[in-house]
Design a protein around this ligand. Structure first.
Ligand code: SAH
Ligand code: SF4
Length: 352
């Protein structure tokens, strides 16, 4: 339905859910020249205004016309926590009361933002706080985009990279995630280079195939956590049907199609996925692929028996992987003291 069919009594179409063509159509329908669309979009996407009155170079009459027909739903910050390492975790609230968390991680003059793609997650990974909590709903593209804008505004600096590693499984919300990626990538939006936009998936194979066909050079990370099928089934029950053999094939196709280097995430859990058999399987799974392995010391979860491996064991993993030609690094989690680290974003919240 063209936007300008929406009469004022049925207002509140969020302007951020309106395409450029629809906006041009609306403005022309109201008798304004085309170039006003670009001006309005700059306010929405570059300056992130939530009030039409702030669009200072837009004529007052047009501001009023827009306010009558459209909404500019902003997100509300419900809580914020600041970590000793400088990272900040935010709890944002949306119109319907849904809440989601995001994290800003500054590093010199760069700002990395970690966003949620769903409120909660259905996949039930046993080592992940989100997976152990409930699932509310998937987030809209604008709600994902807004997290980046919110963090960026708070740090008073533009985001240089975004990782979709907060709550939720991005590939269970593919269309909105892709829209968000495009908004983040677009020069009209956040203008972040596609390679600096990373999606992390637990391994939803049909969507990995689809992602490989997207024209942009977005980055892909896959949560592997074990290359032994029985172990993976136990710790990641939600992806049982996407077996390791099929995942291996899909990733080979991904590399073939895109030429891009994927990352495997591997959280080392003491006595679960860090023995020699697991290490051999990991070497076999990754050998000869272009993949990079990110080893993460498991972040402690309240009330969980799962514990991280020793630092020494993590280093042994790196060395063995290097011997078979696989690049691996040990990733330090940021924001551990505020439960902002990987897998610690959950539906339970502590407000300072
Ligand atoms: N659902 C997606 C993205 C969100 S999870 C996915 O699973 O990839 C983001 C990353 O944090 C994933 O690699 C996930 O496996 C990892 N993670 C979850 N719980 C963790 C924990 N307790 N310690 C370390 N990493 C964890
Ligand atoms: Fe969901 Fe990812 Fe957590 Fe698994 S690790 S429960 S897929 S958010």
């Amino acid at each position: 339905m063209p936007l300008y069919d929406i009469d004022s009594s049925k207002s509140n179409v969020d302007l951020r859910n309106v395409s450029h063509e629809q906006l041009v159509e609306l403005l022309e329908g109201l008798g304004y020249p085309k170039f006003r669309a670009k001006q309005v979009e700059d306010w929405v996407w570059k300056h992130h205004v939530t009030d039409f009155q702030d669009m200072t170079n837009v004529p007052a009459k047009l501001r009023a016309d827009l306010a009558e027909r459209c909404a500019l739903g902003g997100t509300v910050e419900v809580a914020r926590q600041i970590s000793n390492d400088g990272s900040r975790k935010y709890l944002l609230g949306y119109d319907d009361g849904t809440q989601a968390e995001c994290v800003g991680m500054p590093n010199r003059n760069r700002l990395a933002v970690c966003v949620s793609t769903q409120a909660g997650c259905r996949m039930g990974c046993v080592f992940c706080a989100t997976g152990q909590g409930g699932f509310s709903r998937s987030l809209k593209a604008t709600e994902i985009y807004d997290q980046v804008m919110h963090v960026s505004e708070d740090f008073q600096t533009r985001a240089s990279s975004v990782v979709m590693m907060g709550q939720g499984e991005p590939f269970n919300n593919y269309d909105e995630v892709l829209k968000a990626l495009r908004m983040l990538n677009s020069p009209e939006g956040a203008g972040i280079g596609a390679r600096h936009l990373t999606v992390s998936t637990c391994g939803i194979i049909p969507m990995i195939r689809r992602f490989a066909k997207e024209p942009e050079q977005f980055t892909l990370a896959v949560s592997l956590h074990s290359a032994v099928q029985a172990t993976r089934n136990t710790i990641m029950p939600g992806v049982k049907k996407y077996t390791l053999a099929r995942l291996h094939d899909a990733m080979a196709e991904y590399v073939e199609a895109t030429g891009r280097r994927p990352t495997y995430e591997y959280a080392l859990i003491g006595g679960v996925n860090d023995n020699n058999l697991e290490l051999d399987a990991l070497c076999d799974f990754t050998r000869g692929t272009l993949a990079h392995v990110n080893l993460i010391q498991l972040n402690d979860l309240e009330g969980s028996k799962l514990k991280p491996s020793t630092a020494e064991r993590a280093e042994q993993f790196v060395r063995r992987l290097a011997q078979v030609g696989v690049e691996a690094t040990i990733r330090n989690s940021r924001g551990n003291d505020i439960d902002a680290a990987c897998g610690q974003l959950s539906q339970k919240h502590r407000v300072e």
